[in-house]
Write a protein that binds this ligand. Structure first.
Ligand SMILES: Nc1nc2c(ncn2[C@@H]2O[C@H](COP(=O)(O)O[C@H]3[C@@H](O)[C@H](n4cnc5c(=O)[nH]c(N)nc54)O[C@@H]3COP(=O)(O)O)[C@@H](O)[C@H]2O)c(=O)[nH]1
Length: 626
């Protein structure tokens, strides 16, 4: 870049002025020398005055010349400095004149694209359409007299693609006349990559690459507005893996993570490009299907997704099969905003899980009505223990044919101050999901054991007391806590039986088995409650660390009317006996059921036919030995 034209002009004007003043001095000297001898001319006042007059402009001009020279040198230095500064800028800096010719271009502009643009126009540097665009922007900048900023991808000579951010401003001379366009272009390729990366991280789930909650709500909101405008339906599927926690607990989080990635892939493959698929966290996925509202079509889609997810996975040498459940809500009938539609799909998902998992359920109004009551119940449950609203009742178990009970099952009751008695089926499930079961379960165990010891003193002789234990109570430390309690109460562990459900027993969680075996080593007996409802194959019984099976009352109820129930009860009794296990049939209500069970070889019974659950005091009154 150079600006020496101005300095050269100044220099030549100063030279002209010096020559002219010299000539003027000579012209004035010649006439004066006519009157004086040459050696005394300067003593004469008139010629000396004229000589001085003649030399004065020359002196003035000399001063001007020196000062111009000084300023020119200073300007040149400044320009050189400016050149250096502009050249060392990492951005491309250029000046194009009104004809679009590059008259200034810094080092970066000359080397950055591999072509020196000086004295060239864009039409000599770029493809015609690109050059036209640049020229149009320049002309527009000049016409409007204000800056312009744009971003553009350009190709370099070596084939690299660069994203340039260019700012252009009209440049004016001292007279206020526009002399061209000053431009600064910055390479923002890496910056944009970093921005895009950040944007991606902020909007996507790091594990699966699916949209996260933030992106979901943005896109879902947009899809919903579109559906509203077009008067089209839209479906939301809340998708959740069944018992994913067990996989994490038993095989580790590495396997769990890989499984989630594979599940995400399968879900995405079974959706249209226009569908949304997001992971909310854990094993929860939300799918949004714009344009879908037909139940039959959605049923097909849900089945397709469930089938895809339930195909076996091969992960780190493990062959895994997981199932999933789905809840579906539809716009507009089930909700008109994102939040409601997701909440309702979630409620439907819970229902699908309660219906036995590996299935789907469409949202119904009654689901959220019951959800509301569940929420208030959850709050009340938090205070129930401290406000002593729980009690225990006891139901006898008999060896068939005997009149005196040998065993007893402890069952919890909750008397709600406003809602009356609430079934354990309802509150135990809430206590389990909220984790409150741990505290409540410990209270139940202590109360039941104390009652058993009190009965002993009151002459009620029983071999064992059975207490229900939820799977999540059996965490690390469970066995130690139980043993400590028994020690504190001076309770013989051999008088204690713990009932856990088949699904908990079959969870395969190593910790559960460890805790059970620790307690069994001290003489505590374990039984499987509700056997037959957990779909485990009968052959698995022998691997379970139990000595007693309770046939679920749902099989006993119709044992004489439903051949399937009869066959299941028969097979369970046969198998259990061959393994040396005791079998207890629960829910026996009539003689016909008892006869069938007896014929099938069932030894033990429990049910209304023999005795209702009673309070501790009522139990003493009924079963005290004389
Ligand atoms: N984790 C814990 N679970 C508990 C505890 N207390 C109870 N429960 C579980 O709640 C479920 C429902 O229990 P409940 O309403 O008490 O019902 C039991 C009996 O009252 C009932 N029963 C008994 N005989 C009959 C009968 O002849 N007919 C009939 N319709 N019902 C009958 O069956 C239930 C027996 O329970 P179980 O043997 O455990 O299955 C239940 O699953 C309890 O386990 C607790 O403290 N902790």
């Amino acid at each position: 870049m150079t600006n020496s034209v101005f300095a050269a002009r100044q220099r030549s004007w100063s030279g002209v002025a010096l020559v002219l003043s010299g000539l003027l001095a000579i012209a004035l000297l010649i006439p004066s020398t006519r009157f004086q001898a040459w050696h005394a001319w300067w003593l004469h006042p008139v010629p000396a005055f004229w000589i001085l007059v003649a030399l004065l402009p020359a002196l003035v001009l000399l001063v001007i010349l020196i000062s111009h020279r000084y300023y020119a040198l200073r300007d040149r230095e400044r320009l050189a400095l400016l050149d250096n500064i502009v050249d060392s800028m990492p951005d491309v800096v250029f000046l194009k004149d009104l004809d679009g010719v590059y008259c200034i271009a810094n080092q970066r502009a000359r080397t950055g694209t591999g072509i020196d643009p000086l004295n060239k126009t864009d039409f000599e540097l770029f493809e015609p359409d690109v050059a036209r665009r640049h020229r149009d922007v320049d002309l527009e900048t000049i016409r409007l007299g204000k800056g312009h900023r744009n971003e553009e991808w350009v190709s370099t000579r070596d084939g690299k693609k660069l994203l340039l951010e260019t700012s252009k401003t009209p440049l004016y001379n001292a007279m206020g006349r526009c002399i061209g366009v000053l431009g600064v272009s910055r390479d923002i390729t890496e910056l944009r990559k970093a921005q895009n990366n950040l944007e991606h991280i902020a909007h996507h789930d790091a594990l699966t690459g699916l949209a996260n909650r933030t992106l979901l709500s943005k896109k879902f909101d947009f899809a919903l507005r579109l559906a509203r405008r077009r008067d089209e339906p839209l479906a939301v599927i809340f998708f959740d893996l069944d018992r994913f926690k067990d996989i994490n607990d038993t095989l580790g989080h590495d396997v769990g993570d890989l499984l989630l990635q594979e599940v995400a892939l399968r879900l995405r493959r079974n959706l249209r490009d226009s569908d949304l698929c997001a992971r909310l966290g854990g094993d929860e996925f939300i799918l949004v299907l714009p344009g879908s509202g037909e139940r039959e079509e959605l049923q097909r889609k849900a089945n397709q997704l469930l089938r895809a997810v339930s195909r076996p996975y091969e992960i780190k040498g493990h062959v895994l099969t997981v199932f999933a459940s789905a809840g579906i809500s539809i716009f507009p009938e089930d909700g008109r905003d994102v939040e409601t539609l997701i909440r309702h799909a979630d409620a439907a998902l819970h229902q699908a899980k309660e219906n036995g998992r590996n299935g789907f359920f469409f949202y119904e109004r009654s689901l959220t009505d019951s959800l509301y009551s569940r929420m208030t119940l959850e709050q009340d449950l938090r205070h129930a223990l401290e406000q002593r609203q729980f009690t225990m009742v006891y139901q006898p178990q008999f060896r068939l044919g005997e009149a005196r009970p040998r065993r007893v099952e402890a069952l919890m009751r909750w008397h709600h101050p406003r809602r009356g008695n609430i079934s354990p089926l309802e509150f135990i499930a809430i206590a389990e999901t909220t984790g409150m079961i741990i505290e409540i379960g410990e209270w139940a165990m202590e109360t039941a054991c104390r009652q058993f010891l009190t009965w002993r003193q009151q002459n009620v002789r029983l071999d064992k007391i059975a207490i229900n234990v939820s799977a999540i109570q059996i965490n690390s430390g469970f066995a130690d806590r139980v043993l400590l309690l028994l020690k504190e109460l001076d309770f013989d562990p051999r008088s204690l039986e713990l009932e856990i459900t088949e699904t908990a027993m079959m969870s395969g969680i190593i910790e559960v088995n460890r805790q059970i075996n620790q307690l069994r080593a001290h003489g505590v007996e374990f039984s499987i409650d509700d056997f037959g409802t957990g779909y485990s194959s009968l052959s698995k019984i022998k691997s379970m660390p139990v000595s007693l099976l309770k046939i679920d009352q749902s099989f006993v109820r119709d044992i004489n009317d439903d051949i399937n129930d009869y066959e299941i009860a028969r097979a369970v009794i046969l198998m259990a006996k061959s393994l040396g296990l005791t079998v207890v049939a629960e829910g026996v209500e009539n003689q016909a059921q008892e006869s069938t069970l007896q014929r099938l070889g069932c030894d033990w019974v429990q049910g209304y036919l023999y005795g209702m659950p009673l309070t501790g005091e009522a139990f003493v009154e009924t079963y005290r030995q004389s």
